[in-house]
Design a protein. Structure first.
Length: 149
């Protein structure tokens, strides 16, 4: 099954929320079909089960407000509408490479923070114990005693 034309669209489903809440997901599917028929110039539309799962995932009352889809026109004359999946490899290649100097500085910072944490841990424990012992008597003195008659 070869594909003649393949296009990616973002469909705004905001008007779905104007319909009654017990018909929203059905209306969203119909809007996707209408959109694809208009843009791909054919009335034979098939919606991929994965796309249907995405629309119905939150139930009939709260479909997504917009959805990114891939429309592929086949030799048989129908349009297959499926959810769009971005290529992860392209993003990984676009990331700029770090300098060796920057890597060395980052390693030094990590080592310094690790040393500070080990030195600061015993000091913090002593401070916490002192705070706890001071806090207990202060609470007792702050509460006034009520007299019973």
């Amino acid at each position: 099954m070869s594909q003649e034309a393949e296009r990616v669209y973002t469909i705004n489903l905001g008007k779905v929320w104007l319909s009654p809440n017990n018909q929203r997901a059905k209306r969203a599917i119909n809007m996707i079909k209408e959109f694809s028929a208009h843009h791909m110039k054919t009335e034979q539309i098939k919606i991929d089960p994965e796309l249907s799962q995405v629309v119905w995932a939150r139930g009939i009352r709260s479909p997504p407000r917009k959805i990114r889809v891939k429309m592929a026109k086949t030799d048989d004359g129908y349009v297959m509408v499926s959810p769009y999946e971005e290529e992860v490899k392209a993003k990984a290649e676009d990331k700029p490479k770090k300098d060796k100097k920057a890597d060395a500085k980052a390693e030094e910072k990590v080592e310094e923070t690790a040393e500070e944490k080990t030195e600061a841990a015993p000091k913090e424990e002593k401070k916490e114990k002192a705070k706890k012992s001071e806090a207990k008597p202060a609470k007792k003195a702050a509460k006034p005693k009520s007299k019973k008659k």
